[in-house]
Each structure stands twice: as C-alpha cells, then as structure tokens.
Ligand binder design. Structure first.
Ligand SMILES: C[S@@+](CC[C@H](N)C(=O)[O-])C[C@H]1O[C@@H](n2cnc3c(N)ncnc32)[C@H](O)[C@@H]1O
Length: 307
C-alpha cells in the first residue's frame, strides 16, 4: 500500500520492516570472518519479532531447483549494509576525536550504537524514530540485559512532525556541536519533510557540528530495476518495498541543500566506500552503484564566532 502523510507503523509493518531487515543484515555481517562491524544485539532484535515474521538473520540458501537470484541479491544487500554501518560508525569515531560528544541518530530504527560502541565519557545520544519502533528496541534490549554505554535518550516522534521541539525537550543542547546521522532515512520522507529536516538540523547545529547522510538519487526508478530481484522478499513481506519510497527525482541533493545553508560538503559513492573497506560490489546493478551516495558535511566555526 502506498504511503500517506500520517502513516504509522510498528516493527513488522510498512517502513518498520525495513528497520528489521537492516538489523538482519547487521546480524549477518557480525558473523562474517571479515566483519566490518560487530553488533551483538542484532540477532535478538531480529528473532524477537517472532517466527511468523520472515526476516532472517541468516543468508538464504539456494536449493538445487531454485532459479531465483534472491540469494545473490540478499548476499549483496547484507554485505553493503555492513559497509554502510561501518561508514556511520567511522563517522562517529571521527566526530569524537574532534571533540563532538553529542549525537543525534535520525530514524534510529534498531540501530544499537548507543549500546555497542565504546563511547567516550560525557557522550549524549538522542535517537529519533516512531514510538512503536523505539519501544520494541527498548523492550528487546532490556530483556537482553543490555545497558547503553552513553547517556542515551529516546525521542519518540515522527520526523514529519515538529521533532526539533521534542528533541530539545529531551535535553538536547543546541550550544554543543552535534554529530547527526541519517542512515537509510531520506527515501522514506516526502520532499517537504526532507527539506525541513535539513533546515532543522542547521538551526539546531552549533559551529563544529557534522552530519552523515545516505542518499540514493532517483530512488524509485533505481529500485524498480532492482525490485524484480526482490520478488521473493515482496512475497514474504506482503508488500512491495518500492511502495515505501517517495519519488525523489526532482529533489536537490542533500549536499546541495546543506551547502546552501553554509555547510562544507563531501560525497562518496557506495561502490567507492565498499572498495575502501575491501568489499567487491559483485552482483550490484550499475545504476544502483552510481546512484547510492554517502554525504558528509560540517558546519565550520567562523573566525569571528558567527555562524
Ligand atoms: C531502513 S530503516 C533504517 C534504520 C536505521 N537508521 C538503521 O540503519 O538501522 C528506516 C527507519 O526510518 C524510520 N523512519 C522512516 N520515516 C520516518 C518518519 N517519518 N519518522 C520517524 N522515523 C521514520 C523507520 O521507522 C525505520 O526505523
């Protein structure tokens, strides 16, 4: 079913399912001999969704008569999610080393960074996502006896609403430089919400703040090609993943929007990142590897102290 303005979800419906799928990829990545990240909570976060629900924390095995290329596509997807998670982990490490100790994870889903990374003293982490997604994660991690390794704050709100006010009410301090993460988020936002999100990030950012953003140009047309290979997943999930995305063909790139607001930006292709981390991009359609981008940006302190 296509999206609408006030749609809500839990972890096994609509956009919530994508958080579960990414956690499954992190569970698969964690078990690799050449793992790029370690997420000891990913297995529990996936399995607690119940066995009725078909997202597996194992790679599928192709049977002798199986002619689908689901195994190949899921193997690639899981591997790329490992690359993507490592990129965002590295971004946070880099931020700490530059004295940025406040982080906001926009659309945190089942991201367990607050529990799994070795945060330095004094770090605060704010996680924003829909209420049922955050509640599910909190319940599973509490059941596992996991404790956050930083001052972690859950901000349960929709990112199409006035999330800045909710973030500040949770204790976010706009006078501190912030590291912002937007991983696997933009395709699920309508244009006005994406524009509003980047403006709000700017308003709330002290000089020295940084952001890392995943961005896929022309997401629906690129994924349209890809989605014939995801048919098995669509069948299992009972939805077409392409219905979850908003058309973004006419949108400015997020780095252009940030540059206009005065941020210094950089972008790398997903395939470049994979190569840098020693992963090949076998099996990835060309248009996907050319459209998937990882943007970083910084709001540099001005010599006169103004923004
Ligand atoms: C693909 S998942 C990524 C989750 C997480 N960033 C990760 O990489 O594991 C997309 C996430 O975006 C969240 N999301 C999408 N649109 C949202 C909105 N309007 N408000 C709050 N969360 C949203 C979903 O609930 C889901 O957790």
């Amino acid at each position: 079913m296509p999206r609408h303005d006030n749609d809500q979800w839990d972890i096994v419906t609509s956009v919530g399912l994508t958080a579960l799928a990414v956690a499954a990829c992190r569970a698969i990545e964690t078990k690799r001999a050449d793992a790029l990240i370690q997420d000891p909570f990913a297995d529990a976060l996936v399995s607690s969704a119940g066995t009725d629900f078909p997202v597996s924390a194992q790679l599928p095995h192709r049977g002798p008569d199986d002619e689908s290329d689901f195994e190949e596509v899921w193997t690639y997807t899981a591997s790329h999610m490992g690359v993507r998670s490592r990129f965002f982990d590295n971004f946070l490490h880099d931020s700490w080393h530059n004295g940025v100790t406040q982080a906001v994870i926009l659309a945190s889903g089942l991201d367990a960074r607050a529990w799994r990374l070795d945060w330095p003293e004094g770090c605060s982490v704010y996680e924003i996502d829909q209420p049922k997604v955050l509640a599910y994660k909190d319940d599973v991690l509490a059941e596992e006896g996991a404790r956050p390794r930083c001052a972690r704050h859950a901000v349960a709100i929709d990112l199409r609403e006035d999330w800045s006010a909710a973030l500040e009410r949770s204790g976010f301090d706009r006078s501190r430089p912030t590291a912002w993460l937007a991983e696997g988020l933009l395709p699920y936002l309508p244009d006005h919400a994406e524009e509003g999100l980047l403006k709000a990030v700017h308003e709330l950012s002290a000089p020295g703040s940084r952001i890392a953003v995943e961005h896929m140009r022309a997401v629906r047309s690129v994924m349209q090609h890809f989605s014939s290979r995801y048919e098995q997943l669509a069948e299992q999930w009972g939805l077409d993943i392409n219905d979850l995305f908003y058309d973004n063909d006419q949108r400015p790139d997020p780095d252009d929007r940030l540059a206009e607001l005065g941020w210094q930006t950089n972008a790398a292709l997903g395939s470049e990142l994979a190569q840098a981390y020693g992963r090949t991009a076998d099996g990835v359609p060309e248009d996907m590897s050319q459209h998937l981008r990882y943007v970083t940006a910084q709001l540099l302190p001005q010599p006169n102290g103004n923004r």
